[in-house]
Every structure is written in C-alpha cells, then in structure tokens.
Design a protein around this ligand. Structure first.
Ligand SMILES: *Cc1c(COP(=O)(O)O)cnc(C)c1O
Ligand SMILES: [Zn+2]
Length: 359
C-alpha cells in the first residue's frame, strides 16, 4: 500500500480494509455493493501540500500527488487533464438575481470531458501494476477518454461497445488506436464481457463505478475549486449525476480542501438528474435503498438505469447539506433556467456547475 494511504472504507458496511486491492476492489463482505473509499493520512499530506508547493507544480491534476492513489510520479504522465478554467457568467447571475455564477469548463480536458480525470488515474494505475492492456465497456465519454489517455502513454486499450453504439463514437475510439469489440447485445452484456476478459487476460479494468481509484481522479475538480476559490467559496456547486461517481468525487475534493485549510467552507451540492432517469434522486428523497429505474431522456451521459455508486453519491450530497433536483428534457434543451430557478427556491447565492451536459 502507498505510504500516504491509510486504507479503505466500505461505503455499505463501514468496515475498514488495508493492503493492496484487486482491480475493482470491493468489500469482501458486501461484494459488488461494497464500493470502497480511499482513506488518506492527512497529517502526512499537510506538511507538503501547501500553497507555496502548489505554486511550483504542473497545472494539471498531477499537482495533487499527495491526495492521489498513485506512486510518486517519476517523469510526466501521459495526459494532463485538470486545472480547467472557471468562467464568470455575469448575465446568468444577473438574470436570476444571484451574487455570481461561475462555470467550470470541463470540456477543456484532453478528450473534452470530465472523464479524462478518471482515465488518467486508471492508466497510471495500470502502468504501476505492470499491466499490458487496459479495458472498459462504454460508448460514451469514458471510452473516448480512456482511448486517449492510453494512446498518450502507448498502452493498448480494448473498448467493449454494445451493438447499438453510434458509429461516430466508435470512430473516435479507432482514431486513438483502441481495439473496439462490438458485443452483439446490450451495454450490460458488454460490461459483463469486459469484466470477464479482464479477469481472464489480466487487463486493467477501468469500469469506473466500482474501481475506488477512479473517483479519486474525479475528486481533483473539487480540489481545484477549493484551491482557487478557497477564500471565497461558492455556496452551492451544481453537477449532473448518472452513476454517482462524479458527484461523490467532487464532494470528496471539496471536503479535503476544507480539512487541509485551503478552503474556508464547504459548499452545498446541488445534484442534478434527468427526470426520465433519476433513481439516485428518488433514493435520496425517500431515504431508501436504490430501486433501478427506466431510462427515458436524451441526456445520454447521465441515463443510467442501475447506478452502481449511488451510496457514495447520496452520502456526499447529504454530508454537504445539499439537494437533488430533476430536470425535464425540454428544459435541458431550452435553457439552464430550471436549474437556476430551483436554486433560487433553495435560497442559494452562487453556483459552480462542473459540466454542462455535452450532447
Ligand atoms: C459521466 C458523465 C456524467 C455523470 O457522471 P457519473 O459519474 O456517471 O455520475 C455527467 N455528465 C457527463 C457529460 C458525463 O460524461
Ligand atoms: Zn462492506
């Protein structure tokens, strides 16, 4: 285990584990539902992760070395995601009577999505473990980012896509040199096959939700907000939610920056789901276990019928004192107004949205 890591905590039964994890390390008692959270030794992190030290470091997510589940970096890793700009949106703020609105433009990553943060960690981890190939099942932004991050370090990647995968999305993967396996079945079939192939051939599995390391990559968005806006933290941060990894990572980063003294306070999280696919919002509001739901929305990146990381997502939003809202497709198409109106209803003053739905 790495020196700055204390161990892992199961999000379902709270058990603490130590030692090295398998690829998709989960709690032995809880199985696939027992997703783990990486625990850091903050007393060890504090002396070296200082504003002065950060001012000398690369303008990418690799600047937060002490808070990442990777070995001290020797040489520069392949892709350099992170440190995306915060853009003021004064007209939006004025229109809705908010103090200010900032947009964090996650479209500036190496393959233009938030997923680049997770894929960078995945590829780094695969290299550390001496794996020859990395794989995932997806047709969306996760697949593209993995293909790009793997290409950048010359690691072969295999992407399992369902039968209905759109041709332009497959083309993107091929451009990065990935091997694409088209599975004659659904996304779930592709996921299962990927899982089986990784076990059989020893490939590194980037299937995100259950792999505790990848959320740590997504966390860096929260670390950046804490580092940059630490003295004037937003009251709310709004973010879209599919599997739940992004919102969980975001909150962890914000929380760590408060713990380490960079940020004066922790924002509340406004978690946004599409009305046609909102099982995590339902579980949050009902305070019950998640019930898989239908998928009826054009927001394909957050259309997830059975989100795997819902416990981490619900715990994050609850710990922040935040809320879930559901947005109709017609409003997603029309304007971000619905979100902002809901914010007004909650009496909040400022937001950061981490990623506007990318279609
Ligand atoms: C993946 C993704 C999300 C949601 O992230 P989860 O970790 O699945 O909750 C939101 N927006 C976009 C554009 C995405 O690609
Ligand atoms: Zn457990």
């Amino acid at each position: 285990m790495l020196e700055h890591i204390l161990g892992y905590r199961c999000v379902r039964c709270d058990a603490q584990l130590s030692g090295d994890l398998d690829d998709c390390g989960t709690c032995p008692d809880c199985g696939i539902d027992g997703i783990l959270d990486v625990l850091y030794d903050y007393d060890r992190v504090r002396p070296t992760l200082t504003p002065e030290a950060l001012s000398q470091r690369p303008r990418s997510l690799w600047r937060y070395e002490e808070l990442l589940p990777v070995r001290a970096l020797t040489g520069r890793p392949g892709t350099q995601p992170g440190m995306t700009p915060l853009i003021a949106a004064p007209r939006l703020a004025k229109h809705y009577g908010l103090r200010s609105v900032l947009l964090k433009d996650e479209g500036r990553g190496p393959t233009a999505s938030f997923k680049d943060r997770a894929s960078a960690i995945g590829v780094q981890k695969a290299q550390e473990l001496g794996r020859e190939r990395i794989a995932c099942a997806s047709t969306g932004n996760a697949a593209t980012s993995l293909a790009g991050a793997a290409a950048a370090v010359g690691m072969p990647a295999t992407i399992f896509v369902p039968k209905r995968a759109p041709v332009p999305k497959i083309a993107q993967l091929l451009v990065f040199g990935a091997t694409v396996v088209k599975v004659l079945g659904s996304y779930d079939d592709a996921y299962e096959l990927c899982q089986a192939a990784c076990e059989r051939f020893g490939w590194y599995n980037r299937n995100c939700a259950v792999n505790p390391y990848l959320v740590e990559g997504k966390k860096t968005c929260g670390l950046e907000i804490g580092e940059i806006l630490g003295q004037d933290m937003p009251d709310w941060v709004a973010i879209s939610v599919g599997d739940g990894c992004t919102v969980a990572g975001l909150w962890k980063g914000l929380d760590e920056m408060a713990q380490l003294g960079f940020a004066q306070k922790r924002p509340r999280i406004l978690a946004v789901q599409a009305e046609g696919s909102c099982p995590i919002a339902d579980a949050f509001d009902a305070n019950k276990d998640l019930v898989p739901g239908g998928v009826d929305t054009l927001a394909d990146s957050i259309a997830v019928s059975h989100p795997r990381n819902w416990r981490k997502a619900v715990a994050a939003v609850r710990a922040s004192g935040g809320a879930f809202i559901r947005v109709r497709d017609e409003d997603i198409l029309k304007r971000p107004g619905e979100v902002v109106q809901a914010l007004e209803g909650l009496g909040c003053l400022g937001i950061v949205t981490a990623e506007v739905l990318k279609q």
